[in-house]
Design a protein around this ligand. Structure first.
Ligand SMILES: C[S@@+](CC[C@H](N)C(=O)[O-])C[C@H]1O[C@@H](n2cnc3c(N)ncnc32)[C@H](O)[C@@H]1O
Length: 172
């Protein structure tokens, strides 16, 4: 019983420490619900064969939805090792390795030039830091769809006020 309590305590501590660490890197892990993911990908008008990037892909659920439901190619970037491995496993178990790539690393270090759609669920100050990179690397017409947090000054194409979703389209 004591061993079980110690193991549970250890797991909780590791989880909390990883939340604090990922928060300092860009955002803690808070998953987007399946319903909201679909709404966001519909807002972005993600089409078969297009390339979606999820910056901070968590457990890979956005990548899986993009590939399975929308027929897109998806690339996820995840800084946290446990969630990176979880994403790889989730993608592999669904037989999507040919369609989905997961990169372990910092989203600020990954080139976004081939993206058609960029999905974000980060934090407001992380979005602010990300703006210069998006301006530099995204092609004209690339869509950015953001959960909760905005990209102030970017051309807003649509919003869902109820769900706090924001769609931007890079200017030509
Ligand atoms: C709020 S969660 C969103 C997860 C997923 N996109 C979703 O919507 O379900 C943010 C994720 O970004 C990851 N993250 C935070 N900073 C990062 C960074 N600098 N580079 C890559 N991933 C990062 C966190 O580990 C976490 O999994």
């Amino acid at each position: 019983m004591q061993y079980l309590a110690a193991a549970v305590f250890f797991i909780i501590m590791v989880f909390l420490m990883s939340l604090v660490w990922t928060n300092s890197r860009g955002a803690p892990w808070v998953p987007t619900s399946g319903q909201v993911i679909c709404r966001m990908l519909e807002m972005a008008d993600l089409r078969p064969g297009e390339v979606l990037y999820d910056l901070g892909c968590g457990d890979g659920r956005v990548l899986i939805a993009a590939a399975r439901r929308f027929g897109a190619r998806a690339v996820g970037v995840e800084v946290d090792l446990s969630r990176y491995l979880w994403s790889l496993l989730a993608v592999g178990l669904r037989g999507l390795r040919g369609q989905v790539k997961v990169i372990r690393g910092d989203l600020f270090a990954v080139d976004l030039g081939e993206a058609d759609v960029v999905f974000t669920f980060l934090l407001q100050d992380t979005n602010e830091r990300l703006k210069a990179k998006l301006r530099r690397e995204l092609r004209p017409g690339t869509r950015i769809v953001s959960n909760i947090f905005t990209f102030s000054g970017f051309p807003l194409a649509a919003t869902d006020e109820d769900l706090h979703l924001y769609l931007y389209r890079m200017a030509p």
